[in-house]
Design a binder for this molecule. Structure first.
Ligand code: SF4
Length: 396
């Protein structure tokens, strides 16, 4: 078992991101396989205390991004969110995100969340069509989602990202179009839009096995993805990652998305992109605390244990609550591989390639799968084919 003294996190120079997992939800959505537990209000206090103990095991770091994910972090009382934040130090312009569900949210709570230091909200809307929301087992309605979004703006949130889904069996192209039309009016800074993934162990998965549900037609799903990309392009967003779109500020609208030649323009265009997630895709180091949270530092990738009992016991024994079976050593070769694999998700940034990749790259360009481009003389490649992008999204 890894012990505190064996973790060399203090020697890591480049960690400036922390993910905090809050494993509570008010109801389990039928497609979800995340580490979450429902109706466990009595556990909130104890879990927060142990999260704080785990945070204290790490050296003090000035974070650039802090991300509360889950689960539904907005279920925690704001006082507990503040207690966790009080344990952390962050830089002046840090991005501090909290995932939120549009259920049981009041203006007062949103205001308190903003006052706690959280400056970015990630709202799990998934769809604005009530029949789709009901189908996937969400508790909120379209009206709740719009209402919470508007209240969040009034409460002072100038950085909001919205989660949407497509490729849902009872969702039509028209449903998706209506979702995009509503989005056009709301103008969030960032949109993450994922196709439904049938994860083993979920209610949806067992319904699929029993023939109660069937997957959406692949051509329709591809058509949906094309519609999404087209919509964001026409509405002043840049697709900076396979599933992520950032709103381009009005003053930067004259930058031509497909002709970026300078890093400065790329940065302007991606100004509203989620900084925390960008660090994952750029293969940068991060700490994850809480049950099931993944971390990457000291040339290791690993995840924490997934049960309350193990999590509490390991921390009581002053050990990091890591699931030893998940430890993956990342040597230089793996690092390069990961950098390329993750980097290719970054549509506009692309990745650099070395001479030894030249032959492979040439073939892929010939087949129309990737394209070559330059940013300030840096030779780079990026994906070109939308069907491939969709396939990659479905494999994550
Ligand atoms: S609210 Fe989010 S984390 Fe919770 S069950 Fe639904 S999809 Fe999963």
């Amino acid at each position: 078992m890894i012990e505190v003294k064996n973790i060399k996190a203090s020697k890591e120079k480049n960690i400036d991101a922390i993910y905090i997992h809050i494993p509570f939800c008010s109801k389990k959505c039928e497609y979800c396989d995340f580490c979450t537990f429902v109706r466990m209000e009595e556990e909130y206090r104890k879990y927060t205390d142990y999260l704080i103990k785990e945070i204290r095991m790490y050296p003090k770091i000035k974070y650039d991004t802090i991300y509360f994910g889950g689960g539904t972090p907005s279920l925690l009382p704001v006082e507990m969110i503040s207690e966790i934040l009080n344990e952390l130090d962050w830089s002046k312009n840090a991005e501090i995100t909290l995932e939120l569900n549009p259920t049981d949210m009041t203006f007062e709570k949103l205001k308190k969340i903003r006052e706690s230091g959280i400056n970015r909200l990630s709202i799990g809307i998934q769809s604005f069509q009530n029949h789709v929301l009901k189908f996937i087992g969400r508790q909120h309605s379209s009206e709740d989602a719009i209402n919470v979004y508007k209240m969040a703006r009034k409460a002072g949130f100038s950085n909001i990202t919205v989660d949407l889904m497509f490729g849902i069996p009872n969702q039509s192209l028209e449903d998706l179009q209506r979702d995009l039309d509503i989005l056009q009016g709301l103008k969030p800074e960032n949109v993450s839009i994922y196709s439904l993934i049938w994860e083993e162990g979920t209610v949806f998965w067992s319904k699929l096995q029993k023939g109660i549900l069937s997957e959406i037609d692949q051509d329709l799903e591809a058509e949906m993805y094309e519609k999404i990309i087209d919509f964001f392009e026409k509405n002043g967003y840049c697709q900076y990652e396979i599933s992520n779109f950032a709103r381009i500020d009005d003053k930067d609208k004259d930058i031509e998305i497909n002709k970026i030649k300078k890093f400065e323009d790329l940065r302007k265009m991606q100004k509203n992109a989620g900084r925390h997630n960008l660090k994952y895709w750029r293969n940068q180091k991060f700490i994850g605390v809480g049950m099931s949270a993944a971390s990457y530092f000291d040339d290791n990738r690993h995840s924490n244990v997934r049960t309350f009992k193990k999590y509490y016991n390991l921390i009581d024994d002053e050990k990091f609550p890591i699931d030893e079976n998940t430890i993956e050593k990342i040597d230089d070769f793996e690092k390069e591989k990961l950098k390329k694999m993750l980097g290719l998700r970054l549509i506009e940034e692309g990745v650099n390639y070395s001479e030894k990749d030249a032959k492979k790259v040439e073939k892929l360009i010939k087949n129309g799968l990737i394209e070559e481009f330059f940013i300030e003389k840096n030779e780079k490649i990026k994906f070109k084919n939308k069907k491939i992008l969709l396939k990659i999204m479905k494999k994550e």
